[in-house]
Design a protein around this ligand. Structure first.
Ligand code: 6PG
Length: 468
């Protein structure tokens, strides 16, 4: 009567993942030093499932089948290392430890090595989908020790979301690949959320009220733009605040919080030398939003431009729709380009089609577009950028004019649309055979003798500039 899977940390995610596993017939045991949480695990279990909650780690470890399968869902950072230290003396060689939190990939890489040296298997596993997803079917991004994966695969496949009968989980590569893919997922999440919020402001400026906004997003979500984030956006506009009686959206302060995963994606993109400009912009815009007091002052200094967006509201809505689809594709393109480069740079061997496959269901960035991307990558797993795929290019070209029309109107009306602008700017730079960066090279050579390459002969050159 031993248990098949153990969980350390019975917060919202840990508890729900474990209950999900139990619902699929696995005997599970969870540990939390908080008695209430250990009790809540048992009391929220489905009848006739095998679920036990304990408050001593030793007790859980001693009741697990071997090799032991233990997942931890504790806050990222030091708590993860603390858990590993308390686990080590209790484990035996061959046991498998999984970190299911949002750990930084460099920490995961260190822990993979550290645990391996002690004879244990360690896997960093990204889990997306929030509370509901954890209970009914998350997207799961495992990476790390490949030897250990077959031991946890049946459980992860059972609990994951399914799309076209396929589980939204796959082994995503060596080392810290799982947490890396989850980090990039979150970067894309930040970017798409920023774009949707900008579209909201644009539509509001055209006079749409909350009921109309609900209708517009609901309609968009019903078509080929279908996505989880559009679905919840449509819902949000209907929610009534129980304190003021107003729509809740209108009483929520416009200062965005964050736990840092989007920032990590941008920092890492810089280190990798991969452009992730929409993600960068999304992170920066959350930061700008926090400067509320200064924004209030600045609003008094600078008048709003008086040029409104198109008076043809139906036309404008359709333009914003296309712009959002265009810009959203750019977000995925930047994220996937990042994974393409990182896979080799960090020796992770990430199977890109599988990364996209597991994002099709369960996670925050799930969308109909991912089906198109999956097809594109299945045929060309080494594709460096989604924009080079014909099917993707066809959608982009179809939306391009409306993207430009929206940017023009946003700029003239003085509406904040940094994410949209970043998306278009990225596209216009990426699709340009010739950039003005020859001048940057000339300047670098002028003031610093940094040398330049030529278009007509190989080698590097330095010039004694005429007027220096
Ligand atoms: C998910 C989410 C989740 C993340 C939250 C909060 O995939 O389920 O990415 O892991 O923690 O979205 O992120 P911020 O607080 O940084 O916005």
């Amino acid at each position: 009567s031993l248990y098949e899977f153990g969980m350390i940390g019975l917060g919202v995610m840990g508890r729900n993942l474990l209950l999900n596993m139990a619902d699929h017939g696995f005997a599970v045991i969870g540990f939390d030093k908080d008695t209430e949480k250990a009790k809540a695990l048992e009391s929220s279990a489905t009848a006739a499932t095998r679920v036990k909650g304990v408050v001593a780690l030793e007790e859980m470890i001693s009741q697990l089948q071997r090799p032991r399968r233990v997942m931890m869902l504790v806050p990222a950072g030091k708590p993860v290392d603390d858990v590993l230290e308390s686990l080590k003396p209790l484990l035996e060689p061959g046991d498998i430890v999984i970190d299911g939190g949002n750990s930084h990939f460099t920490d995961t890489l260190r822990r993979v090595e550290y645990m391996k040296a002690a004879g244990f298997h360690f896997m960093g596993v990204g889990v997306s989908g929030g509370e509901q997803g954890a209970r009914t079917g998350p997207s799961i991004m495992p990476g790390g020790d490949q030897e250990a994966y077959p031991h946890v695969k049946p459980m992860l496949e059972a609990i994951s979301a399914k799309v076209d009968g396929e589980p939204c989980v796959a082994y995503l590569g060596k080392g810290a690949a799982g947490h890396y893919v989850k980090m990039v997922h979150n970067g894309i999440e930040y970017a798409i959320m920023q774009l949707i919020s900008e579209s909201y402001r644009l539509l509001q400026s055209a006079g749409l009220n909350n009921d109309q906004l609900h209708e517009v997003y609901k309609e968009w979500n019903a078509g080929d733009m279908q996505s989880f984030l559009l679905e919840i956006t449509a819902d949000i506009f209907l929610q009534v605040d129980d304190k003021s009686g107003q729509r809740l959206i209108d009483v929520i302060l416009d200062k965005a919080g964050s736990k840092g995963t989007g920032k990590w994606t941008s920092q890492e993109a810089m280190d990798l030398a991969v452009p992730a400009t929409i993600i960068d912009t999304a992170v920066s815009m959350r930061t700008v939003s926090a400067y509320k007091d200064e924004r209030v002052q600045a609003a008094k200094v600078y008048a709003e431009p008086k040029i409104p967006v198109s008076a043809d509201t139906r036309l404008f809505i359709s333009q914003v729709k296309d712009a959002l689809q265009f810009a959203t594709i750019m977000c995925y393109a930047q994220g996937m380009a990042m994974l393409h480069t990182a896979s080799e740079a960090h020796d992770m061997q990430i199977p890109l089609p599988d990364a996209v496959k597991v994002w099709r269901g369960g996670c925050i960035i799930r969308s109909a577009l991912l089906g198109t991307f999956y097809k594109a990558l299945k045929n060309a797993p080494e594709l460096p950028n989604l924009l080079l795929n014909k099917a993707v290019a066809d959608i982009v070209k179809e939306k391009e004019q409306n993207m430009r029309a929206v940017i023009v109107q946003a700029a003239q009306a003085g509406l904040p649309a940094a994410g949209f602008m970043a998306a278009l700017s990225y596209f216009d730079a990426y699709r340009n055979e010739k950039l003005p960066t020859n001048l940057v090279q000339a300047q670098r050579d002028y003031f610093g003798a940094h040398t330049y390459q030529r278009i007509d002969m190989p080698g590097s050159f330095h010039t004694t500039w005429l007027h220096h």
